[in-house]
Design a protein around this ligand. Structure first.
Ligand code: ZN
Ligand code: ZN
Length: 261
């Protein structure tokens, strides 16, 4: 009698463990709450961000500055296609042109998604964001020649702290879409720079001399698509483009996931 009650107890314990393990695995596989808005995720959702948050991302549509991609508000008729923005007329960027897939504003869910991705280290969001870029890259760059994709680098120390470079992950998806190689570390950040803030002029000063090309043979004579997550004033990508051009690139085009307003 005694041994049968023992085995029933053992069996019960195993069942409880089994159920707990099952729930823990389920939670790992299906996080129940959106990492951005904390709303419920649909059952079977394969993303950690809910459909409403993804759906709230705003595509960047024309009219925008033909050079730097800065959005213009109002009717396209008010801005002829050749009309460049004030910033580009004052200081021409070092790249041929810049385009962004979506908008980035204080209230946009994209801002939160990027925070969760970069600072919350939810690396799984990277390929989703990369696909957002990949889905628009042909529309935005058309037939322009692109030989290789180059991610905007983080300083090694920053990359070690974060565990990854967000631009690397985005560039990989874009490169795959274009069937072009990704040249990781083709340009390197040789000086750590404080996070970009403040006026455009300060941002230009902040990144001056921060980048270098160690192996010019990798980029010599090639048209490059420089990839980053957000373009604000464009000081960072312009400085990268300058260094790449000096090292022998034929042309530098810029593609960012998002364009800050
Ligand atoms: Zn959400
Ligand atoms: Zn512009």
């Amino acid at each position: 009698m005694r041994s049968s009650s023992n085995s029933a107890e053992t069996l019960g314990r195993f069942k409880r463990w089994g159920a707990e393990l099952y729930l823990a695995l389920l939670q790992l596989l299906l996080p129940a709450w959106c990492a951005v808005c904390q709303g419920p995720l649909g059952v079977g959702s394969r993303s950690i961000v809910c459909g409403a948050c993804w759906g709230g991302i705003r595509i960047l549509e024309p009219p925008f500055c033909p050079r730097c991609g800065r959005p213009f508000w109002g009717s396209p008729l008010a801005h002829p296609p050749s009309h460049r923005c004030q910033a580009c007329r004052t200081r021409a960027p070092q790249y041929v042109l810049a385009r962004s897939a979506v908008l980035y504003d204080r209230d946009d869910p994209l801002r939160e998604i990027l925070l969760v991705f970069k600072h919350g280290r939810r690396i799984a969001l990277g390929p989703h964001l990369g696909r957002l870029m990949a889905s628009r890259v042909v529309d935005l760059f058309g037939e322009r020649a692109i030989d290789a994709v180059v991610p905007v680098p983080l300083h090694r120390r920053r990359e070690r702290e974060r565990g990854f470079n967000q631009a690397d992950i985005l560039a990989r998806v874009v490169g795959k879409r274009l069937h072009r190689p990704v040249l990781h570390r083709a340009v390197e950040r040789v000086r750590p720079t404080p996070p970009q803030a403040g006026k455009a002029r300060d941002r230009v000063r902040n990144v001056r001399g921060a980048f270098a090309v160690r192996d010019p043979a990798r980029i010599d004579g090639r048209s490059l698509l420089l990839v980053d997550d957000v373009l604000t004033t464009g000081a960072t990508v312009s400085e990268c483009a300058k260094v790449l051009m000096k090292a022998g690139a034929r042309a530098v085009l810029v593609y960012t996931l998002a364009r800050a307003l």
